[in-house]
Every structure is written in structure tokens, then in C-alpha cells.
Write a protein that binds this ligand. Structure first.
Ligand code: ZN
Length: 187
């Protein structure tokens, strides 16, 4: 019995080490969603207007958005810039979830309305709700296009074209940087 106890005591540090390794592995596997939501909170922590539940329309000045948003997002969302084709984070992404306005958190698209488009920007055939977006005539760059803006904060999202797939035949051609993707929770 003494001998057994001795073996156990001598190997105790090994048992503890094994336990810690197992514990850390389990933690790493189960904590991913928490880490992701922490990251989102960090990204939006300086933006008091960001909300995924509040649908109240926002009236925030150009100058104030400039203080809040990253220079890259500000350039696209408030100066109507366009990211280069095939460079954004969502143009060929097909995860299941919801796309929100990166400026204000307004719910814009579901992943099941996204389709593979060869244009190099994330493309959708319909919005989540009819009032999710608003539309302006755009005559810039010698073209006639319809600009798509966020229905809550009026940030520039992209343009809409009528060469999309059924059932709507529309193609919402969006800038990835203007979108925040939140994956569906695993059931
Ligand atoms: Zn918005």
C-alpha cells in the first residue's frame, strides 16, 4: 500500500499537468463564440450608435462619424467609396448567418439571400426587411446607377442592379467593409 501511495505521490505533478492540458483544451473549444462576441464589442466599443436591436433612424453628422469609424469604413460608408473587387472579406464567403450594417448594426441581409457572383463583391438578391435599405439615384462616374444605403444610418453600402438570380432578379452589390457578419448559433 505504501508503495502504491509513493508511486501516486511521485506522479502527482504529472496528473495535475494532464488535468490542466485537458481543461485548457476543453476551454479553447467551447469559448470560441464568447471570444468572437468580445471581439465585436471591442470593434464597436467607441460607437455609441451601434445596435442590432434599435431600429430608430440616426442623424449623425459627417464629422462625428469621422471620429467614430475606422478610416477604411468611413471612406466607403460616408464618402461613398468602393473597395477593390475580390479584396473584401465576404465576396466569396458562404457562412450561415446574418449581415448587419457595420456602421450602425441595422439588420440587412440573411446568408440564404447571398449568391455566388463573379463581380468580386458580396451579392444578395433581397434584403432582410423592405425598410432595411433606402435607394438613391446615382449619376456619378458618367453612369446611371441606383445607390443602396442603410435604412437606419444612411451609410453607403453599394449599388443594386437588375441582373440578379430568381426570385427577385436583383443583385445587391455590396462592399464587405460596410457589412458585419454574425454567424448563426450552432444548435
Ligand atoms: Zn447603418
Amino acid at each position: 500500500m505504501k508503495k502504491l501511495e509513493k508511486i501516486f505521490t511521485e506522479n502527482l505533478h504529472r496528473y495535475i499537468a494532464a488535468f490542466i492540458v485537458i481543461f485548457l483544451t476543453i476551454s479553447a473549444c467551447t469559448n470560441q463564440p464568447t471570444d468572437q462576441s468580445k471581439m465585436e464589442q471591442k470593434d464597436n466599443k467607441n460607437n455609441p450608435y451601434y445596435s442590432r436591436t434599435d431600429t430608430t433612424k440616426l442623424q449623425v453628422s459627417h464629422e462625428e462619424w469621422k471620429k467614430i469609424l475606422s478610416p477604411e469604413l468611413f471612406e466607403v460608408a460616408r464618402n461613398k467609396g468602393t473597395e477593390r473587387a475580390f479584396t473584401g472579406k465576404y465576396w466569396d464567403y458562404d457562412g450561415l448567418g446574418t449581415y448587419y450594417c457595420a456602421v450602425c448594426g441595422n439588420e440587412l441581409f440573411r446568408s440564404d439571400a447571398k449568391f455566388s457572383s463573379s463581380c468580386g463583391w458580396p451579392s444578395f438578391f433581397e434584403t432582410r426587411r423592405p425598410e432595411a435599405c433606402i435607394y438613391h439615384e446615382d449619376h456619378s462616374h458618367g453612369m446611371h446607377r441606383i445607390e443602396v444605403l442603410c435604412g437606419r444610418c444612411e451609410s453607403h453600402l453599394g449599388h443594386i442592379f437588375d441582373d440578379g438570380p430568381p426570385p427577385t432578379g436583383q443583385r445587391y452589390c455590396m462592399n464587405s467593409i460596410s457589412l458585419d457578419f454574425v454567424p448563426d448559433e450552432k444548435k
